[in-house]
Design a binder for this molecule. Structure first.
Ligand code: PEP
Length: 252
């Protein structure tokens, strides 16, 4: 019922030439039909990458405006992303929460704006190391989910993807163990179910944070993990394709 999904977040990396080469390699190496695959280049690279992806790989953006249009200098609306070929958009990545002071409610408004234009929002949540050490992991994530959900209706919730990304695992080389990921994913699924009956069974929950070819299969084997949001390893087509292969058959 939940098809595995692997998304590469290319962040603020690459040149026009290098993202074209990366997109071509991803297209030729990620051929597994049992996994949905998407890549999220920097906004300026979206129209460069879009025509190279074909039908097999979807395009995603790394952020979207809360607003549908008008005097919002520097912002990019959901409709603009759709026109450029996007199907997915990341919202609430921890780097944006930290660097751009994005609140959980703002993340929910962005998700709503994305859904209004037909994009699938990938809503990122996760705790810092201090919060984990203080046994606050669940409380922090539930607060992030509450804020996000306050902007949405139940019908809209089921159209979202959630990404659990422990902040301490992002770009650190220190992944959550499969057991840690499985525990938090199960808690998120129960929480989603409390917002809307049936939603826990259908919403895909991805794990992100130092996923590599060597640890992907173990993490994706957890029953509540439906794939991954991949940063550093997504910049290497061979690593990314190995991670996509590891997700094959991990959907429910
Ligand atoms: C991310 O930034 O979403 C991420 C998961 O990064 P990395 O895989 O490099 O930890």
């Amino acid at each position: 019922m939940r098809k595995a999904l692997v998304i590469g977040n290319w962040k603020q990396n690459g040149s026009i030439a290098s993202v074209k080469a990366l997109a071509d390699s991803v297209v030729s190496s990620c051929l597994d039909e049992s996994v949905d695959v998407a890549v999220c280049p920097a906004a300026l690279h979206l129209p460069v990458v879009a025509p190279l992806l074909g039908d097999a790989i979807a395009l995603g953006a790394q952020d979207v405006s809360e607003y549908s249009g008008g005097a919002y200098t520097g912002q990019i609306s959901a409709a603009m992303l759709v026109e450029t070929g996007c199907q997915y958009v990341l919202v609430g990545h921890s780097e944006r929460r930290a660097l751009c002071a994005e609140s959980s409610v703002a993340v929910g408004v962005k998700a709503k704006s994305a859904l209004g234009s037909g994009l699938t929002p990938v809503v990122c949540v996760g705790e810092t190391l201090d919060e984990r050490k203080a046994n606050q992991t669940e409380a922090v994530i539930f607060e992030q989910l509450d804020g996000f959900f306050s902007a949405l209706g139940s019908d809209e919730l089921t159209q979202c993807v959630i990404a659990y990304e422990p902040v301490w695992a992002i770009g650190s080389g220190l992944s959550a163990s499969a057991e840690q990921a499985g525990e938090v994913h199960a808690a998120i699924r129960t929480k989603l179910e409390s917002y809307a009956a049936g939603s826990g069974a259908v919403i895909r929950i991805l794990y992100g944070g130092s996923v590599k070819p060597g640890n992907a299969a173990e993490i994706f084997a957890q029953p509540d993990v439906d794939g991954g949001l991949i940063g550093g390893a997504a910049l290497d087509a061979a690593d990314f394709s190995a991670i996509v292969s590891a997700a094959s058959g991990s959907g429910e």
